[in-house]
Design a protein around this ligand. Sequence first.
Ligand SMILES: Nc1ncnc2c1ncn2[C@@H]1O[C@H](COP(=O)(O)OP(=O)(O)OP(=O)(O)O)[C@@H](O)[C@H]1O
Length: 349
Amino acid sequence: MSYFKVENVSKYYDGNLVLKNISMNIKRGSFVSILGPSGCGKTTLLKIISGIEKVHEGKIYLKNNEITNMPIYKRNIALVFQNYALFPHLSVKENILYGLKNKRVSNHEKSQQLEEIISVVKLKEFVNRRVDELSGGQRQRVALGRALIMKPDLLLLDESLNALDKELRIGMQEELKEIQKKTNITTLFITHDQEEALKLSDEIMVMKDGVIIQKGTPVEVYEQPKDLFVAKFIGEANVFKGVVRNVKKEFCEIDVDGQMLYINSNKNLKVGQAYTFAIRPEKINICATKGPYNEGVVKEITYKGNMEICSIKLQNATKIKLVVQNANNSDKIRIGDKIKIVIEDSMFF
Ligand SMILES: Nc1ncnc2c1ncn2[C@@H]1O[C@H](COP(=O)(O)OP(=O)(O)OP(=O)(O)O)[C@@H](O)[C@H]1O
């Protein structure tokens, strides 16, 4: 039996089915992200797990106990909201201790636990400061501290890094991962940020329209997306439709509106059959002479600091994007350059 299990859960709002037959098994100590676009049902799922909302169908188990209809306070599940829901006029210490308000804990134990948590979330010098005098990142840590002091069996994080600016967010992602590893707390994190999910998770569940479309490790969902939606949602992809004209041992030829694309993989494709396929920009290399290659002209270059995204127009106006790591000035690609590219791999659907 798994540590945390959701079994065929469905939920309606005003007669609309917003969660459809959701099932998941989560191992103890793992960090699982639920990734999906706005409105797909992520928050509703978290509310159901925490007990704020009721399920219409299905069952939920935590540590072998059914908790489907258990009251919130009996579940020992902590939920951190996007806006943290802290008390702004209270101190860091008071906010964190609030997590223990329904627990019978002696004052001595309380101060011991507080000290431990303050050290985990690195807020030692702010213990007595009011929350409204803290930065966004510090508030995030208070919210985490308030959840962690409960020693919950499950930690639910609802887009909790959303309120932070990019730099702080990246810093907090690292801290969150570190805290999760240190405490070994089983965590369910919801986000619509694919980079965040890839970086933090042991497992990712991709959701769309109330359904979990794919579950897997970050590598699995990125490299073997189940469908085009997942391929496009998790990372960049050049998407084409075309008919396979030739399949060789090392490569295949695909006709995209009269433009022949050469791809260095064959994936058991059938000649004459039409496929939708998606090529990751980093699977395309610029080559000197080695064939089979595709030829095109550089139309656009987007500078990204450590890399550039180049948009290449092939002979018949098909456009394809590739990644170039920042090169020396002499090797730099420029708009108007005629280049040869090798497509190393593609995902076919
Ligand atoms: N209390 C409610 N009453 C009626 N419909 C609701 C209620 N809460 C959410 N919904 C609807 O249920 C669907 C799922 O909403 P939910 O908030 O779970 O999505 P989400 O994936 O968390 O979105 P976001 O990323 O924007 O927060 C949406 O269509 C939403 O409009």
